[in-house]
Ligand binder design. Structure first.
Ligand code: NAG
Ligand code: NAG
Ligand code: NAG
Ligand code: NAG
Ligand code: NAG
Ligand code: NAG
Length: 560
């Protein structure tokens, strides 16, 4: 050891000694279970930790998904304030639904790491920061959002998992979106591996009818190539489960236990706690952390530490004073604390007998589960950026808040293009047929500029056809002939269906501004799973609906 390196090691050791803190154990997966470094089984004994954002009052959003968020891991004083209460609860993990990669998280992450508390971090954000359940895409803006957050959190030793989605699918007719979720898991996993991170990649599902929940779980952890590869598989399946109310009987879980008895990757309750019949007794804790459930599940996340409201009820175990300085606990807190205090989960199976994870082939699509095992490509910033620079008519909004206008403009532009004999197939992606247009994974603004350009060119560059109510502008740098534009665009999109290990975005991500479902925020499960919650404006979808559903008679525009 060179002297300087040795000195550094000694210093590091003495810092650890003087603070009386041991580094948090690295958790790894073996077979379908999680293990600590010492080989003992790891169970998630957690609580949701997310201050609720502004609630949407859209009547089409019965789950009241928030439209704004507060990043709780950027509030160092708040984390210090809350730590003693999390310790009283006896939790070893918190789930955080929305983080802001532009903020500093050092204080919270070290406060929790030093206390042996892991984080499960959802990468999506409300409104346009998550896979849209009604017109799903896995696109450059989302990939870049996810990568920016991973880059910020990968330096911390207590990130247990990143979730690529929360309740994106809420009904059988939305299951085609699973193809985009699986692609998100694939690319997020490849990126984490390229950074040497061992954090797990998860998805949190709404509880639902087994005719689509079971195939969804199996699909997210399957190998479409049939080669027993985990490259496109999640590492951790989360179920938001609210079945137990009052002092129920363990038989409440018989159905779910049966459904997941043979599952191939670790599964846990990514949210739990009764919704509809207070008071919550939390007696399910004893059932969840003992056999037979402990053979099937790796613990759970009680919902929720902070106050939270949903269409179906109020949650929350503490209230914070208006000046943010003090915490008042409730009876709900005390009951969960008592139950978590009694948990002694079994230490079996042993790590050596857990085996390796197998990745079965994917479930066949049918009328209740629609997703194709042909996945969308890896979003390609370079290709989409290259394409954008060649487009002769570009989206140039007058407002920075474009999340509400891209959808209506896509609707307008695709409608106009259809009337001019073109179509929007290039920007569409269909997870049910496994058909993805060559721009399907570009961000929504680039897609819009592409459609505007097609319309503008179809009208022989009549200036009035590149206006769109003042939302578009002519790009004088675009190649001056249609054939030159064609050639430039084709050279940008050489391999539109490629999958590859993504790299960090080189510049700040361009605004991708589709309307999107407000996932990635505290949600209330409803085991019927029948209600699709819409945060989006209905018209915002029309563009993509046109794009995916309507084929205009006139045939393709021979523009690009
Ligand atoms: C599913 O069906 C419901 C009506 O039953 C509809 O409101 C919703 O938009 C559909 N969802 C998708 C993703 O098509
Ligand atoms: C579709 O397949 C799943 C298993 O992958 C099954 O649970 C479900 O019942 C099937 N649906 C129909 C309508 O057959
Ligand atoms: C952005 O615009 C949408 C509708 O167009 C609106 O609902 C939302 O509140 C706006 N957001 C901000 C931050 O102004
Ligand atoms: C831009 O498009 C939006 C949505 O179609 C429209 O409401 C607005 O009037 C357009 N023009 C400007 C200048 O924002
Ligand atoms: C969401 O929209 C805002 C503008 O309203 C934009 O700045 C941001 O980049 C978008 N986020 C994503 C992930 O597309
Ligand atoms: C779930 O939603 C369905 C349909 O809206 C409703 O009938 C049912 O009461 C809800 N269940 C719970 C537990 O809230």
């Amino acid at each position: 050891m060179r002297p300087t390196a040795r000195l550094a090691a000694v210093l590091a050791a003495s810092v650890a000694l003087t603070s009386g803190v041991q580094a948090i154990s690295k958790v790894t997966r073996a077979g379908r279970y999680l293990y600590n470094e010492d080989g003992s089984r790891f169970f998630i004994k957690g609580v949701a930790y997310q201050i609720q954002g502004q609630l949407s009052n859209d009547p089409n959003n019965p789950f009241l998904e928030p439209s704004t968020f507060v990043d709780p891991l950027a509030d160092g004083a708040g984390c210090t304030r809350d730590l003693p209460f999390l310790q009283q609860l006896g939790v070893n993990a918190i789930r955080v639904y929305s983080v802001d990669s532009t903020l500093n998280h050092d204080s919270c992450m070290s406060t929790f790491s030093n206390a042996g508390i892991y984080t499960i971090i959802d990468l999506s954000l409300p409104v346009n920061g998550s896979i849209d359940r009604l017109s799903p895409a896995w696109s450059t803006n989302l990939l870049d959002l996810y990568i920016n957050s991973i880059n910020v959190f990968s330096k911390y030793d207590n990130v247990l998992a990143y979730n690529v989605g929360n309740e994106v699918i809420t009904a059988s007719n939305g299951t085609a979106a699973a193809a985009f979720i699986k692609a998100a898991a694939r690319d997020t996993k490849a990126y984490l591996q390229s950074k040497g991170s061992s954090a797990l990649v998860g998805y949190a599902a709404v509880d639902a009818d087994s005719t689509w929940l079971d195939p969804l779980a199996n699909y997210l952890s399957c190998d479409p190539s049939g080669a027993n590869s985990g490259n496109t598989a999640i590492d951790l399946f989360g179920l938001n489960n609210y079945e137990w109310c009052g002092d129920a009987s363990p038989s409440v879980y018989n159905g779910k236990n049966g459904d997941f008895a043979g599952y191939n990757v670790p599964a846990y309750f990514s949210e739990y706690g009764c919704i509809t019949s207070p008071p919550r007794l939390w007696t399910e804790v004893g059932t969840l952390f003992t056999s037979p459930m402990s053979d099937i599940w790796s613990g759970g996340i009680a919902f929720s530490y902070f106050p939270a409201e949903s269409g179906q009820g109020q949650f929350g175990m503490v209230t914070i004073s208006s000046d943010g300085s003090t915490v008042t606990t409730s009876d709900d807190f005390d009951r969960l604390k008592t139950q978590y205090g009694q948990v002694t989960p079994p230490n079996s199976p042993s790590q050596s007998s857990a085996g390796t994870t197998s990745y079965p082939s994917c479930p066949a699509a049918n009328t209740t589960f629609l997703a194709s095992s042909t996945l969308p490509p890896t979003p390609n910033d370079a290709a989409c950026g290259c394409l954008l620079s060649t487009l002769s008519c570009q989206f140039a909004p007058k407002t920075t808040n474009t999340s509400g206008i891209v959808g209506p403009l896509l609707d307008t532009a695709c409608g106009l293009l259809g009337g001019s004999g073109g179509n929007c197939n290039d920007i569409a992606g269909d997870g049910a047929t496994g058909t993805y247009g060559r721009l399907s994974s570009c961000d929504p603004s680039t897609k819009l500029s592409f459609v505007m350009t097609q319309f503008y060119e179809a009208n022989n560059r009549n200036p009035q056809s590149c206006d769109f109510g003042g939302n578009a502008t002519v790009n004088s740098n675009a190649p001056s002939s249609v054939s030159a534009a064609n050639a430039a665009a084709s050279s940008c999109l050489v391999n539109p269906s490629a999958t590859f290990t993504p790299t960090a975005p080189s510049t700040t991500a361009k605004g991708g501004n589709s309307a999107s479902s407000g996932t990635g925020s505290p949600s209330s499960g409803n085991s019927s799973g029948a209600v699709s919650d819409l945060l989006i404006h209905k018209q915002a979808l029309m563009g993509v609906l046109i794009a995916s559903a309507v084929s205009f008679a006139g045939g393709l525009l021979a523009l690009l």
